[in-house]
Design a protein around this ligand. Structure first.
Ligand SMILES: [Zn+2]
Length: 240
């Protein structure tokens, strides 16, 4: 098992080990509190892109991450479906120890499916999926993990990614409208490298003015296909 995989398993399960192979005390994962995060999402209702429940849930996840992670970036983007609907989507990317070179990425989708079209119950097939397990449980786990990582910083860098628009379309017949957030993240993160290094150089020079740094950050972010961040999150996707 590689060092990174061992670290991932340890973090998720709270086992008594570290990324460097030594034993340590187990991390405390507050299961009941994490279950509360699941319940909260259910109270928001279905998290279908374009609905109030979706909007409120996204804001709530973002607030939690801003209160726990070292850096948080929002990747806002639009997606036009095969049927011509425009979806306004957000990926949330939270980082712990963003400068660490050894990193673990864990992700979950936070949207829910518009129709329970795979239900064995015909009456349910036109209804939204409530998403207790398919959506809320993964988010609750990662938010609980964020709590743990805030309390005790990890031995390696940890990235938590909450992707949007994953369960929207038809997985069987058309890949255009499914896994939207993951594909957007993967595609746009790779393209960030050249402009990212420009930003890093500017950021580290003590002689640059605040305005110069702001322009650089805007240029970097726009070059990556997203909107400029409104707070200091330019570490997003930068190599250490
Ligand atoms: Zn799903």
């Amino acid at each position: 098992m590689s060092r990174l995989w061992r670290a991932a398993v340890c973090l998720v399960l709270g086992l008594a080990c570290t990324a460097r192979g030594g034993a340590s005390r187990p991390r405390e994962f507050a299961g009941e509190r994490a279950f509360g995060y699941l319940s909260q999402q259910m109270q928001f209702g279905p998290r279908i892109p374009g609905t109030p429940g979706h909007e409120r849930t996204g804001d709530w996840i973002l607030a939690h991450l801003r209160a726990t992670a070292d850096t948080v970036a929002v990747q806002g983007f639009t997606h036009v479906t095969r049927r011509g609907a425009t979806l306004h989507l957000r990926n949330f990317f939270a980082r712990f120890r963003p400068a660490a070179t050894d990193r673990v990425l864990m992700l979950a989708h936070w949207d829910t499916r518009p129709r329970a079209d795979q239900s064995a119950n015909l009456g349910q097939q036109r209804l939204p999926v409530p998403g207790a397990n398919d959506g809320a449980s993964g988010v609750a786990l990662l938010l609980g993990l964020a709590d743990v990582l805030k309390t005790k910083p990890p031995a390696v860098g940890v990235d938590l990614l909450f992707v949007d628009g994953e369960d929207y379309g038809n997985f069987a017949t058309d890949s255009n409208d499914v896994l939207i957030g993951s594909r957007y993240f993967a595609g746009h993160t790779r393209r960030c490298s050249p402009c990212c290094s420009t930003w890093s150089r500017t950021r580290t020079s003590s002689s640059t003015t605040k305005a110069t740094r702001r322009r650089s950050r805007r240029k970097w972010w726009t070059g990556c296909g997203g909107s400029p961040p409104t707070w200091a999150t330019a570490e997003f996707s930068c190599p250490a």
